[in-house]
Ligand binder design. Structure first.
Ligand SMILES: O=C(O)C(=O)[C@@H](O)CO
Ligand SMILES: [Mg+2]
Length: 252
């Protein structure tokens, strides 16, 4: 079975963020991800992670959160926001240092066209060269959930990763988005697995726990194991009831 990680932005949300860390450890997770830790006290969070012996597998580069549905969805592909992307990335690196983050997800933002594609490639190459010791990811996100998001296509993600060819830049494979963008999660996984650095899971419809919808998770987990991928598979879903009541999927 893959190694599972808890997304603390979506799980254990009845607790303050720092307490979600020990709740994840008590539930048997060895790693967590936090989409946007920027409103937390980094030193306090770091102490909680150490006390629970949990790894922080992933954070997103700013913007701080998506609570505002009209708010930005990152800037990596936004031509008018090149300076913003780069200053945000430097800020992320400071958080990553304090928190011991394994991977940083670079959000593309809402953009389209040839200019956006060129700026995206340029910003990714710059980020990979600026932080050669940090692992970075990009994630195709379906445009029903995030209208106008630039990176809503696996082929575009694969092409830019292959063009840049940086060893510290990889694909973030979210099974929920793969289902919504392409439909065939296992086939898509088999096509891109060597490029993947981080995995996230949620079922469709509802974006709840694996096993609550139509995605073949036993088959997907078997495909992950067969591919030799040994990174984290993160629970990035909205629990149907309580977080604890819905964790049985880890044994399916
Ligand atoms: O939306 C997703 O899926 C993610 O993984 C996030 O990083 C975007 O907020
Ligand atoms: Mg995701």
């Amino acid at each position: 079975m893959p190694r599972f990680c808890a997304n603390l932005s979506l799980l254990f949300t009845d607790l303050p963020m720092v307490e979600r860390v020990s709740a994840a450890a008590a539930a048997g997770f060895e790693a967590v991800e936090i989409l946007f830790p920027y409103e937390e006290n980094a030193a306090e969070l770091s102490r909680a992670l150490k006390a629970s012996r949990l790894k922080l597998a992933l954070i997103n580069a700013p913007p701080p959160n998506y609570a505002d549905p009209e708010g930005p969805r990152g800037f990596a592909a936004v031509p008018a926001a090149k300076d913003r992307f780069r200053s945000d990335f430097r800020r992320t690196l400071r958080y990553a240092e304090t928190l011991g983050v394994e991977r940083i997800h670079l959000m593309a933002g809402v953009a389209e066209g040839a200019d956006a594609a060129a700026v995206f490639a340029d910003n990714l190459a710059w980020a990979a060269a600026t932080a050669p010791n940090r692992q970075l990811t990009i994630e195709p996100i379906n445009s029903d959930d995030m209208p106008g998001y630039f990176l809503d296509d696996f082929a575009v993600a694969v092409a830019v990763l292959q063009d840049i060819g940086a060893p510290n830049l990889s694909l973030q494979f979210d099974a929920y988005h793969a289902h919504r963008i392409i439909g065939d999660v296992i086939g898509t996984w088999n096509a891109v697995a060597p490029l993947v650095g981080h995995v996230q899971v949620a079922d469709f419809p509802g974006r709840h726990e694996p096993g609550t919808g139509v995605i073949d998770f036993p088959g997907f987990f078997a495909a992950i194991d067969a591919s030799g991928y040994d990174g984290w598979v993160s629970a990035e879903y909205h629990p149907l009831k309580s977080t604890e009541a819905g964790l049985g999927w880890r044994k399916i």
